[in-house]
Design a protein around this ligand. Structure first.
Ligand code: URA
Ligand code: SF4
Length: 186
């Protein structure tokens, strides 16, 4: 796991963008380094910054519950974010911040080689699939990019703000469960 150690050390010491100034802990990501499924969020919030772990606050609890509902434990997947350091007051990362940090995410994808990637919210979707993605329109739709199945869906924090979206997100997660089964069946 030398490559992972090196990556984590680089992230933890990174000063490539201004977000390094406000961090308590960088949040590189966690999970199974051989996971078939990777989930990508936007960036750490307060609780994540405090603990150095992704999706451990209120959004994280919802996400963990949704994964469990389709039969996945957190340890079976890999969870990461577009930016590894918390943006002040949880604002959206700027394009410059995302650009500075994206090489780490690309490296994670290259090391894990997941079969499917779920993009949680507009930030993750836009920096991976492109600027044209609109979550309200495109959520739940799969596309294959460089051999990897990719699907945008709502960010769990959007579901906490607007519980009316939960039914749509739940459909996306059922589609995810079916896609993973399809992949497993080859
Ligand atoms: N929101 C995110 O996008 N990522 C986290 O890790 C936590 C909350
Ligand atoms: Fe480095 Fe990413 Fe943190 Fe910016 S957000 S300092 S690029 S690790």
């Amino acid at each position: 796991m030398g490559a992972w150690m090196e990556l984590f050390e680089r992230v933890n010491g990174c000063t490539a963008c201004g977000l390094c100034k406000g961090r308590t802990h960088a949040v590189p990501g966690e999970g199974d380094p051989k996971a078939a499924l990777m989930l990508i969020g936007e960036g750490p919030g307060a609780e994540e910054d405090r603990l150095g772990r992704p999706f451990v606050g209120a959004s994280g609890q919802l996400l963990t519950g949704m994964l469990e509902a389709i039969g996945l434990a957190r340890g079976q997947v890999y969870i990461a974010n577009v930016v590894k350091c918390r943006p002040p007051a949880n604002r959206t990362p700027t394009p410059d911040e995302a650009a500075a940090c994206l090489p780490y995410l690309r490296r994670q994808v290259a090391l894990i080689r997941p079969k499917a990637i779920v993009l949680l919210g507009a930030t993750a979707a836009r920096y991976t699939l492109g600027d044209q993605v609109r979550i309200g329109r495109d959520h739940g739709q799969w596309q294959k990019r460089a051999g990897v199945w990719m699907m945008p869906t709502y960010h769990p924090s959007a579901l906490l703000r607007d519980p009316g979206l939960k039914a749509l997100a739940w459909q996306d997660f059922q589609s995810l469960q079916a896609k993973l089964q399809e992949i497993e069946d080859g």
